[in-house]
Design a protein around this ligand. Structure first.
Ligand code: NDP
Length: 327
């Protein structure tokens, strides 16, 4: 038997989440059974734990879009019992039972070996949000980062915190946009050299083009924020669009693309091919200072997840929540 956070749906369509005892026979099919050690709380997890998220494909469901742990049994020659592994993406925690459990069974193709230099707790402190932050930095690098500050929106959140720490460690000047002024010291400790209040971006005069300010941007917010930022980019600079914490609409014009050659780069962490995932994890192990990663961690256990799911949807989580599923 093992513990899992099981989300069930009643006949009226109402969902509820509770820690439940389960057995291995109940797990879905897959080549590799993993003894999960850590998972995390990402924005998508908030949607999957809570009511009417629309992402969950089957009930009852075990959410948790990422996990790290030790292989317990494997039918695939690439993995053997005792190997340490990490999983992000592939709709695990949405369409296939995920990491909010002491055991998970998945396809071998979805896993990567734990990169050297990281333990399973550190790997999950990074988790999907940090992995996506790294993919964003790599996309900006591929398109050429301009001089001047790089803007990170939703800076105190998961993607934003890791992006800030990586970019600062690579020697870039980082401006963090936050709606929580009380996180300024935290963002400075991660390496941000400038703190920008959310209203400063959202409430500027709404012209299609403003001053050429930012040499690149990692945007976790979308919506009005992304629309304003596009008009503030330097000529030829790129925005890595990651998320929609501030809205899925994009009330922008084409002017920044036509007159400033701005690149809007979509970042998807879910369907990344194996080689890209490996490359991103190796860069994380190399370019993300572990002391800064430690400063981002909020520890949690399975029982805490229903509340944390609500918190992340309300933009109240700082940094990265690391769930010890055995606590
Ligand atoms: P978090 O909740 O940890 O961070 C989001 C941050 O955005 C908040 O902390 C807050 O930062 C800011 N924010 C929240 N609401 C608003 C708002 N209404 N207006 C402006 N800013 C707001 O989430 P994550 O960092 O884990 O994820 C961020 C986004 O990225 C989500 O939409 C998520 O779904 C997406 N994502 C996408 C991935 C991909 O593959 N493309 C992978 C991972 C995440 P502050 O308080 O500093 O302002």
């Amino acid at each position: 038997m093992f513990n899992a956070l099981l989300v069930t749906k009643d006949d009226d369509g109402k969902t509820s989440a509770a820690v439940t005892q389960m057995n291995l026979d109940q797990l879905p099919g897959g080549d590799v059974t993993v003894a999960v050690e850590y998972s995390t709380v990402n924005y998508k997890d908030g949607l999957c734990i809570g009511p009417g998220g629309g992402l969950v494909r089957n009930y009852p469901h075990i959410p948790g879009i990422d996990f790290a742990g030790t292989v317990e049994a494997s039918d695939d020659p690439r993995y053997k019992a005792g190997d340490k592994v990490v999983l992000t993406g592939w709709r695990v925690g949405e369409a296939h039972w995920g990491g909010y459990a002491q055991k998970a069974r998945v396809k071998a193709d979805w896993l990567v070996p734990l990169p050297s230099g990281l333990d399973t707790r550190q790997a999950m402190a990074v988790g999907t949000a940090g992995f996506t932050a790294m993919l964003s930095v790599m996309a900006l690098e591929d398109h050429g980062i301009k001089g001047g500050p790089i803007l990170v929106t939703g800076a105190a959140g998961g993607v934003g915190s890791v992006a800030t720490a990586i970019l600062a460690n690579l020697g870039h000047e980082v401006a963090g946009v936050t709606g929580r002024p009380e996180t300024a010291d935290y963002l400075t400790s991660l390496g941000a050299t400038q703190i920008v209040a959310r209203e400063e971006i959202n409430e500027t005069v709404k012209r299609p083009l403003e001053g050429e300010t930012w040499g690149g941007c990692v945007d976790a917010v979308g919506g009005e924020m992304l629309a304003r930022v596009l008009g503030q980019m330097q000529y030829g600079a790129s925005v890595a669009a990651v998320g929609l914490a501030g809205g899925a609409g994009l009330p922008a014009t084409v002017i920044p693309f036509l007159l400033r050659g701005v690149n809007l780069l979509g970042i998807d962490s879910v369907m990344q091919p194996y080689d890209n995932r490996l490359r991103a994890w190796e860069r994380i192990a190399r370019d993300l200072p572990m002391d800064k990663l430690e400063a981002m961690i909020q520890p949690a256990k399975l029982d805490d997840l229903p509340q944390l799911g609500r918190d992340i949807l309300n933009g109240q989580v700082k940094g990265r929540v690391v769930v010890d599923v055995n606590a």
